[in-house]
Design a protein around this ligand. Structure first.
Ligand code: NAP
Ligand code: GDD
Length: 378
């Protein structure tokens, strides 16, 4: 039975990776941060399972800014595999918190590698590197040999993490890998990342809980994949004979605007764009109420839940209503305009290939938020 240690276990990826490793029979140790309110929502279903907690799943308070804590946890848990997912992972926030982001995302990685060196624990290390390293892209598509040009304090901090992993691999013969992962999303994605912000807002607007979805750059393009598949790829990297770095991506790129359009289309709403720049607006040009009602029926077994009336829905999604706006608040001082990855190395060496592509990803996410808001109302 193998033992793994996961930092960032309460995050999107940490929660899926934990499920994957438990399923494979691992003992999983996770590092959680002290917080003034509950931060274990994504792993509660595991945490509340008496078959797992303190038998197969162990949680420890910790923080990647605390060196002695990391040393202690390594000594205590003796993991055969470490997945370093902890990060201040929001690119826009990194412009407000550049020093903190560097402490966690750059120096935090060094602390961990050095703790492995100090304790001399025989282990394998996965580092959550990112397509943000490519930033202002130097070639299209991006692969393991594409030069980096980060465009945010987050990207710059992660480039330190990337190189310190390679340095420790070469200097101390550590089994350490960088997974250069392109954007990956899911219903568990944090609500301030653009995909989840869109799907959650679209569901809320439909049920009259929100008027407008304000976004920033609608024309940024990303290679968006499905998080559980990417977490399986992390595990595969640590099962190889030799430690190497791998790109994981879908090989498709789509704009934020396309994500918005497809999300609303799933709900039966077509959008027309009017205006330019911060004055651009997304206006409802048509609405298929029959589709919407059938979506509701499929969730609530032919009963309109929470007293929702057809007239209310028609009013919330009235033709001519402005439901998407642009706000400069969400622009970044320097933007990453286009990302599209080439994961052929991962396909060849790991046998990894993503099945969920853009259209299906949008459906998975909007369906989950639609159900959540319809049944729980938040
Ligand atoms: P996420 O949902 O934001 O989760 C981040 C995790 O890190 C959370 O568990 C968070 O704890 C924890 N954390 C933050 N600061 C910490 C600290 N100082 N000490 C210990 N833990 C800390 O991120 P994600 O989407 O799962 O991404 C996982 C990793 O992959 C991150 O390193 C991210 O930068 C990287 N990455 C993500 C993507 C993507 O598209 N998702 C792509 C490439 C790379 P709390 O829950 O307490 O906040
Ligand atoms: N968050 C956000 N909010 N982004 C917006 C908005 C908005 O209202 N409007 C437009 N965008 C644009 C951003 O400017 C960016 O170009 C794109 O949507 C994606 O933004 P995010 O979803 O915040 O993700 P990200 O690409 O910046 O970073 C994510 O992916 C990286 C991998 O490429 C994060 O998960 C990083 O941790 C990860 O490394």
């Amino acid at each position: 039975m193998k033992t793994a240690l996961i930092t960032g276990i309460t995050g999107q990826d940490g929660s899926y990776l934990t499920e994957i490793l438990l399923e494979k029979g691992y003992i999983v140790h996770g590092i959680i941060r002290r917080s003034s309110s509950f931060n274990t929502g994504r792993i509660d279903h595991l945490y509340n399972n008496p078959e797992l907690l303190n038998k197969k799943l162990f949680l420890h308070y910790g923080d990647v800014t605390d060196t002695s804590n990391l040393n202690r946890l390594l000594e205590k848990t003796h993991p055969e595999e470490i997945y370093n997912l902890a990060a201040q992972s929001h690119v826009k926030v990194s412009f407000e918190l550049p020093e903190y982001t560097t402490e966690v995302d750059a120096v935090g990685t060094l602390r961990f590698l050095d703790a492995i060196r100090e304790t001399e624990i025989k282990t394998k290390f996965y580092q959550a590197s990112t397509s943000e390293l490519y930033g202002k892209v130097q070639e299209v598509p991006q692969n393991e040999t594409t030069p980096f040009y980060p465009r945010s304090p987050y990207g710059v901090a992660k480039i330190y993490g990337y190189w310190i992993v390679i340095n420790y691999r070469e200097a101390y013969n550590l089994f350490a890998c960088n997974g250069i992962l392109f954007n990956h999303e899911s219903p568990r994605r944090g609500e301030t990342f653009v995909t989840r912000k869109i799907t959650r807002a679209a569901a809320r607007i439909s049920f009259g809980l929100q008027d407008i979805l304000y976004l920033g750059n609608l024309d940024a393009k990303r290679d968006w994949g499905y998080a559980p598949e990417f977490c399986e790829g992390m595990w595969l990297m640590l099962q190889q004979e030799k430690p190497e770095d791998y790109v994981l991506a879908t090989g498709e790129t789509h704009s934020v605007r396309e994500f918005v359009e497809l999300t609303f289309k799933w709900l039966g709403v077509s959008l027309e764009w009017k205006g330019k720049g911060v004055n651009e607006k997304g206006i409802i040009s048509s609405f298929d109420i029959d589709r919407f009602i059938s979506l509701m029926d499929s969730v609530s077994e032919k009963k309109l839940t929470r007293g929702i009336k057809k007239e209310d829905i028609l009013n919330n999604l009235k033709i001519g209503k402005e439901i998407v706006g642009v706000s400069a608040t969400y622009f970044r001082p320097t933007e990453v305009d286009l990302l599209i990855g080439d994961a052929s190395k991962a396909k060849k060496k790991l046998g990894w290939e993503p099945k969920v592509k853009f259209h299906q990803l949008v459906e998975i996410m909007i369906e989950a938020d639609f159900k959540k808001i319809l049944t729980r109302g938040f």
